[in-house]
Design a protein around this ligand. Structure first.
Ligand code: UT7
Length: 330
């Protein structure tokens, strides 16, 4: 089987820690509501650090853990929905700063499924390009840039952070499933707003039907996203497992997108799998979109919970709408 070997992990969260009690100072909320509805206790926000610079910090740790020279990296994939620039990509900035001078680089946007989409893209590049030795996958987000701090139902959920992995080709077990439903785009979106040209006569941008919030802040229909997420998590994992005849109960660890503890508990119940098999850190970081899985993964690798040879299931779901899962051996 063509698979991947994850040879290095890294993560980074900015210093500024915001507790639920801190959130209660700016919106009408309280620790009890946030904890019971989401499982989140605190999150980290940047104090001016940009997405690519946070990604760079996670990437440096992953490259160091991999014990490779940056010049051996042939591709940098950076997943984010909160790019610092429309161009250049965050991937190009990391490629330069880390000294990966022989690497191609591009950004990938699949929202909270971004890490799974990127890791699977890395695998496919490795599979089709014999000259490619190592791929650096980075996921980083500054969601505090786009959340509306007047909207208590969304601002309490999100945080900032970054995670990264270095991968090479291997013969290990591997399967993936990716899917999208753009028709659900309107339940979770943020518009990109630009200056206009001097010849325009129409002030309104045509973003599409149902995309009524156009101020650049994140809009979320929480109930619809919740319904989608509780189905997406088991669907994506099962579809990836089915492809290789893998019994999902045999996974040693699930590394789910860290959105809401209730969504993860529902999936665990659905699979008949103990919550002890789920890597959870959303209590500390909130929902960091595409960065959530590689941060949780890096922590569990570094504290020794996840060990070489164990079978992993990464599973993500989010805006787009997108979902995806990877089953692989660590
Ligand atoms: O990575 C992207 C994936 N996104 C997600 O996974 C989010 C999925 N959705 C959710 O996790 C949940 O829908 C939320 C946590 C966002 C909201 O939980 P809910 O159980 O769906 O609450 P709700 O929106 O139905 O609101 C229930 C009540 C409302 O008050 P009333 O109308 O019943 O009086 C809200 O106004 O809770 C109120 N409320 C709050 N109260 C205190 C909403 N936000 C807050 C808050 N603090 N922060």
């Amino acid at each position: 089987m063509f698979g991947i070997n994850i040879i290095g992990t890294g993560s980074y969260a900015p210093e500024l820690k915001i507790t639920n009690d801190d959130m209660a100072k700016i919106v009408e909320t309280n620790d009890e509501w946030i904890s019971t509805r989401t499982g989140i206790k605190s999150r980290h926000y940047t104090n001016g650090e940009t997405t690519w610079k946070m990604g760079l910090k996670a990437a440096e740790k992953a490259v160091e853990a991999a014990g490779i020279s940056p010049e051996e990296i042939g591709l940098v994939i950076f997943s984010t929905i909160t790019n610092d620039f429309l161009t250049p990509s965050c991937a190009c900035l990391v490629q330069d700063a880390i000294g990966a001078k022989n690497a191609a680089a591009f950004d990938l946007n699949a929202a909270c499924s971004g890490f799974v989409y990127s890791l699977d893209t890395a695998k496919r590049f490795l599979q089709t390009d014999d000259d490619l030795k190592y791929v650096l996958v980075v996921s980083a987000e500054v969601l505090s840039r786009i959340v509306d701090f007047n909207d208590r139902s969304t601002c309490i959920l999100f945080g900032d952070g970054a995670g990264a992995v270095v991968v090479e080709r291997s013969e290990k077990m591997y399967s993936s499933y990716l899917s999208a439903d753009g028709n659900g785009g309107k339940v979770l979106y943020a518009t990109a707003n630009f200056p206009t040209h001097p010849f325009r006569t129409n002030d309104a941008d045509d973003f599409g039907e149902g995309m009524d919030r156009q101020d650049g802040y994140l809009f979320q229909d929480g109930k619809e996203v919740y319904k989608f997420a509780t189905k997406a998590l088991p669907t994506a994992s099962s579809k990836a497992a089915e492809k290789i005849g893998f019994d999902i109960k045999d996974a040693d660890w699930f590394i789910p997108h860290q959105a809401n503890i209730r969504i993860i508990e529902t999936a665990a119940k659905n699979f008949g799998v103990s919550m002890d098999k789920f890597i959870i850190n959303l209590d500390k970081y909130g929902n960091t979109s595409s960065a959530s899985m590689p941060i949780a993964f890096d922590e569990a690798v570094r504290d020794g919970r996840i060990k070489k040879g164990q079978k992993l299931c990464f599973v993500g779901f989010g805006a787009g709408l997108t979902m995806g899962a990877i089953i692989c051996e660590y």
